[in-house]
Design a protein around this ligand. Structure first.
Ligand code: 5GP
Length: 189
């Protein structure tokens, strides 16, 4: 998606060779019109799959998921990283490791919001080492739901997440694919 790539060049900030900050338009301050067009791009790609739920992980996936869900006219569901008052028995849970925060999380989704009747599209802002998507895949499998694919805004192809998720048999569609952040420069494929 050219508009997203141009915006990354204009407003993205390279933290180091591995991490990019896009908090002025994607995951802290949010450009909702860009979000709308990203939601449309994911819809155009996955529109024929009969999707019934968009599943993401809090916090930064939520805005993208809402834009996608608006196009599909289905609910967006986000996995929580913090426990709620709901009993654990009522939730699907999976363990993931966050490389950005260097810590382990248990992610949880209420059994009320994902069932074996669902066809699920996973959505996230970044795909890096694939931990978030693999955790969400685990939850979809626990629910007995069908997993249709994954849509990510920014895939860093120099990290191994894309390969891990695709090797697990999941179609991944990314709007911007970054091949390098070295020497203070963003390169796309
Ligand atoms: P993964 O689980 O694929 O290793 O990482 C995905 C999650 O880590 C995303 O939900 C995103 O929040 C965060 N993340 C990974 N790499 C980056 C990055 O370069 N910049 C930002 N802002 N977040 C990242």
């Amino acid at each position: 998606m050219d508009e997203l790539k141009k915006r990354i060049i204009k407003d993205g900030r390279i933290l180091n060779d591995h991490a990019l900050k896009v908090d002025s338009f994607l995951n802290h301050q949010i450009d909702i019109h860009l979000m709308d067009r990203m939601g449309q791009a994911f819809f155009d790609h996955f529109r024929h799959y009969g999707i019934t739920k968009i599943l993401t992980i809090e916090t930064s996936g939520i805005a993208v998921a809402c834009s996608v869900a608006r196009n599909f006219h289905v609910p967006a569901v986000f996995a929580r990283k913090t426990p709620t008052l709901t009993s654990v028995d009522d939730q699907y849970a999976a363990e993931i490791f966050s490389f950005t925060q260097q810590k382990k999380f248990t992610i949880m989704v209420s059994k009320r919001f994902l069932t074996s009747n669902d066809k699920v599209l996973l959505v996230d802002d970044f795909l890096a080492r694939g931990q978030a998507l693999l955790g969400l895949m685990d939850i979809v499998h626990q629910a007995g739901a069908a997993l249709v694919g994954a849509g990510v805004a920014i895939e860093k192809t120099f990290q191994d997440g894309g390969r891990l998720v695709r090797d697990a048999g999941i179609e991944v569609y990314s709007l911007a694919r970054i091949t390098s952040l070295k020497n203070g420069k963003v390169l796309f494929s």
